[in-house]
Write a protein that binds this ligand. Structure first.
Ligand code: ADP
Ligand code: MG
Length: 557
């Protein structure tokens, strides 16, 4: 056997380890959920690779996860007979942070413990969570299909270094032993471990086994026999009527690594020409990289219960990238690849039906629970707006889900829908009026609003970055045109029209202004639209709005 080799962790790993251990102290249970989730992923991967190479099973098809503990040695062991890792894979997956998302995540950290642990929760701490409870972690693994001499032992105290050693390992897969810290001895308890597994891992689709315990003189004695402790049913395949809210919530937390319960979910089995099951969740808190359009998608794809891939694009539109969930199809081939997904009839149908279903669910939520919908809107409204631009076929439906600040409410909270607005329109009012500005304050205090206030016409106050883009694509809603106040032809109330004398008196001034500003404006005019402000700038009809011009300038146009 070769001498153990010392390696140093990447700086980022050290940083992450430190953080994980300190920020997650009050959530220590999750170490088991993370290790079981990795074991389950490894079994999924084996089953997937074995589709084209049955030999990878090495004659052992009873895929399972074994959890055991030894009070004397103060260890907990989690073992799987899944895909395992080669030496290079151990270095790559356990010793470094290969994923660029992790780097971005680390940049987001603020040093504020509460905020950071919520971030870690979303991000999924994974393997390193072992060090929350352990002062030494030993991982032994062998890649399925590799000779038994090519096993690898990785060991670390989580302080900055790890050792690697080549070992002989007869079974394929991975065994992880945690040597518990003095203050984590509470986990050396069969009852406690079973309880954690029930809470977080009941619906892991593989059996989780633990040694049976017998009571002798009132004390538990560990036996050699294994028993299954989880349900091991894919939750999404169970009928809705059998599932409690709690089941959905725990499944969400454990599958998508979120500490928070989801805001809402929808679970459907579709039968007919296409057969598939979908389970979608809308989180309560936006992920830290929500505005990164390159970000990986939150939908896992299964084919006939076999896990195929994480983050499957093409199953949902980009503007629904905040949705997490599972789609399990009976109509896709098991060897489906990302390339196939890109241009596939079945995928297109699932995509369009799922999009409709999610949008309908949001409409229903908006009607039935305004508070929840407000939470949703504040978290994801700006992403949903992209849908108005991108998804022509659902534009009207998405538009009905939009919420804005408005002169009706006079608060920056975005709670007014286009339907609310239309209901309040004046009998002779033809358009839905809006103003776009850089901030709520700027929108609200714009001189353009004076005449509208005076006439009692409501104006929507748009101040998000994406809004100019949004209104450029949303020309009408429910047959009513959307118009910018800056470009609206609004007549002043009769009694405030400008008299001929007033006009004459102004002519001289206008002439002078015209001369001074000749290079910079198209025309100078009197207006009855302003009541408090002396003057304002109006864009030419059909011209670009000032806000748009500014945006284009920023983009270097
Ligand atoms: P994630 O599961 O989100 O990828 P983790 O930190 O939990 O992140 O795991 C890191 C990587 O280590 C996994 O992606 C996988 O490649 C590898 N790994 C961890 N546990 C196992 C295991 N039991 N069997 C095989 N590979 C594993
Ligand atoms: Mg993991």
């Amino acid at each position: 056997m070769a001498q153990a080799e010392k390696h140093a962790f990447q700086t980022e790993v050290k940083q992450l380890l430190h953080l994980v251990i300190h920020a997650l102290y009050s959530n220590r249970d999750i170490f088991l959920r993370e290790l079981i989730s990795n074991a389950s992923d490894a079994l999924d991967k084996l089953r997937f690779e074995a589709l084209s190479n049955d030999a990878l099973y090495e004659g052992d098809k009873e895929l399972a996860i074994r959890v055991s503990y030894d009070p004397e040695a103060r260890t907990i062991t989690v073992e799987d007979n899944g895909i395992g890792m080669s030496r290079d894979e151990v270095i790559e997956n356990i010793g470094t942070i290969a994923n660029s998302g992790t780097k971005k995540f680390l940049e987001q950290l603020s040093g504020d413990q509460a905020r950071d642990s919520a971030l870690i929760g979303q991000f999924g701490v994974g393997f390193y969570s072992a060090f929350i409870v352990a002062d030494k972690v030993t991982l032994e693994t062998r890649r399925a299909g590799a000779p038994k001499e090519e096993g690898v032992r990785w060991e670390s105290d989580g302080q900055g270094e790890y050792t690697l050693e080549t070992i002989e390992k007869s079974g394929k897969g991975t065994r992880i032993s945690l040597h518990l810290k003095e203050d984590a001895k509470e986990f050396l308890d069969g009852h406690r471990l079973r309880q954690i597994i029930h809470t977080y891992s009941d619906h892991i689709a593989f059996p989780i086994l633990m040694p049976k315990e017998e009571f002798k003189d009132g004390k538990p004695v560990i036996t050699d026999e294994w028993e299954q402790v989880n349900k091991a049913t894919a939750l999404w395949l169970e009928p809705r009527s059998k599932l409690k809210d709690e089941d959905y919530i725990n499944f969400y937390k454990q599958t998508f690594h979120d500490f928070e319960a989801p805001l809402t979910w929808l679970h459907n089995r579709v039968e007919g020409t296409l057969e598939y099951t979908s389970l979608f969740y809308i989180p309560k808190v936006p992920p830290f990289d929500l505005y990164d359009r390159e970000r990986r998608y939150g939908v896992k794809l299964y084919v006939k219960r076999v896990f195929i891939m994480d983050d499957a694009e093409h199953l949902l539109p980009t503007y629904l990238r905040f949705v997490r969930g599972i789609i399990d199809s009976n109509d896709l081939p098991l060897n489906v690849s990302r390339e196939i997904l890109q241009d596939n009839q079945v995928v297109r149908k699932i995509h369009s039906a799922s999009t409709k279903r999610i949008l309908d669910h949001l409409s229903k939520l908006a009607k039935e629970d305004a508070d929840k919908y407000a939470t949703f809107w504040d978290a994801f409204g700006n992403v949903l707006k992209e849908g108005v631009v991108e998804d022509f076929s659902n534009r009207e439906k998405i538009a009905s889900l939009l919420r804005f600040a408005s002169t009706h409410n006079d608060t920056p909270e975005q709670r007014v829908s286009l339907d609310d607005y239309i209901e309040r329109m004046q009998p002779d009012q033809e358009a839905i009026y809006y103003i776009v500005a850089d901030s709520y304050q700027a929108a609200k205090n714009s001189p353009h609003l004076e005449i509208f206030r005076k006439k009692g016409i409501e104006v929507l106050l748009l101040y998000d970055r994406i809004d100019e883009w949004l209104v450029a694509h949303l020309n009408e809603y429910a047959g009513k045109p959307l118009k910018s106040v800056a470009q609206a032809d609004i007549e002043p109330p009769e009694n405030e029209a400008i008299s001929e004398e007033e006009k004459k008196a102004a002519d001289e001034l206008i002439e002078r202004l015209q001369k001074v500003l000749a290079e910079r404006v198209e025309a100078v005019r009197t207006t009855a639209r302003l009541t408090d402000s002396p003057a304002c700038v109006v864009p030419p009809k059909n011209g670009l709005s000032p806000h748009m011009i500014q945006m284009l300038k920023q983009m270097g146009q």
